[in-house]
Design a protein around this ligand. Structure first.
Ligand code: AHG
Ligand code: MN
Ligand code: MN
Length: 364
């Protein structure tokens, strides 16, 4: 289809806005600002070492550690800065929260405050930056509490602790062979491809649907000794392939950029698991609820897929902390529901568990 026949992101948003006749266009303007931040990040990522942007932030001081306990990359910090600078001034936001900032970001007094909250992971898959593997940005838009909107007060953590089902919009940018923006405003999922000469996101995929079945699973298998039994059971059945319970062979993928995995699953099906495991009891999962699991979860559910903790729908979880980690399973509906079923069944007796070994009073 020639470019002249394609819609731009702006046109798509205006057409979507027609569902809300008395809306004033602030929501659309906010999404366009988020898209601009993503375009700026795409340019920085594309420059890589040419822009002097590989490596750790503040490396000369031994590297800066963020609230996650992770060493920040230069591009993590720059991406966070770009999200803040591009979105803070326009008066659409009551405040922001980021993977890279311990506390909520207060809109400076010189700018007006608005009615939305922007929550984001400015750069997902950071471990892949210096080796030129696809990375992305993830964002979620919530409505600020009415008293904060009315008073323009500073925000506190609890203002952000809203279940994923309350998200007004969610999406991600994928900085891959092409730069894409995948977005839902609550009416299905659409994808836009950046036309770099125009600097415009052009609508290339409408009403995306995740295939209900798959033969592809994604998990970091190096953690298998820490998995809970239901995940162990599911992965073992995938590995058993045609000769096992599933009667079909499976393929495995692990990119270590969740955005790239999510996009593959959105486009051709699959299931992604970063489950709650026993590796670090202080971390009930690797991924963060507010700016990774919830926005990706909204995209998956809006595209007919499922997103779950393994035990309950992801979007029904009430957050308890800005940087709360959680076990995450998402993708093809029938696979996620199978994994949830395995979690709901009583644990099979673990014969290799000494507590359940057969005991007898009679000597062998
Ligand atoms: P981030 O770079 O924002 O910290 O997120 C990385 C996440 C996610 O993108 C990916 O699926 C996961 O970390 C990879 O974890 P492992 O390195 O443990 O495989
Ligand atoms: Mn991330
Ligand atoms: Mn990140």
């Amino acid at each position: 289809m020639p470019l002249r026949q394609r819609s731009t992101l702006t046109q798509y948003l205006i057409e979507e806005r027609r569902r809300f006749p008395d809306s004033k266009g602030e929501f659309n303007a906010l999404i366009l600002d988020v898209a601009l931040a993503c375009k700026a990040i795409a340019r920085a990522v594309a420059m890589g070492e040419l822009g002097g942007l590989y490596g750790d932030h503040a490396a000369q001081e031994g590297g800066a550690i963020n609230v996650q306990g992770e060493t920040q990359k230069k591009l993590d910090v720059l991406s966070n800065e770009l999200f803040i600078r591009v979105n803070e001034w326009a008066g659409h936001l009551a405040g922001m929260a980021s993977e890279e900032m311990t506390d909520p970001y207060q809109i400076p007094g010189k700018f007006p405050r608005g009615k939305y909250l922007l929550v984001f992971d400015p750069l997902d898959g950071s471990s892949n930056i210096d080796v030129n593997v696809s990375v992305g940005s993830i964002f979620s838009i919530l409505r600020a509490p009415q008293d904060a909107i009315d008073s323009g007060r500073d925000l506190v953590e609890s203002d952000f602790l809203q279940a994923g089902a309350t998200q007004l919009a969610a999406g991600y940018a994928l900085y891959g062979p092409t730069t894409m923006l995948v977005l839902t405003v609550g009416n299905g999922v659409s994808a836009f491809t950046l036309e770099p000469n125009l600097g415009e996101f052009m609508l290339t995929h409408s009403n995306l649907q995740v295939p209900a079945d798959t033969q592809e699973f994604a998990i970091n298998a190096s953690n298998s000794r820490f998995w809970e039994p239901p995940i162990k059971r599911y992965v073992d059945e995938c590995l058993a392939g045609k000769s096992g319970e599933r009667g079909k062979d499976f393929n495995m993928r692990w990119i270590a950029s969740m955005v790239a995995e999510a996009h593959r699953i959105l486009m051709r099906g699959g299931v992604f698991m970063y489950p709650r495991d026993t590796k670090d009891p202080s971390k009930p999962g690797r991924l963060r609820l507010l700016y990774e699991a919830n926005p990706i979860g909204m995209i998956m559910e809006q595209a007919g897929g499922r997103a779950s903790t393994g035990r309950e729908p992801m979007l029904s979880v009430t957050p308890t902390g800005l940087h709360q980690r959680i076990g995450l399973v998402f993708g093809s509906k029938n696979e996620v529901e199978r994994i949830e079923r395995y979690h709901s069944e009583p644990a099979t007796r673990e014969i290799d568990n000494p507590l359940f070994a057969e005991r007898t009073l009679f000597r062998a």
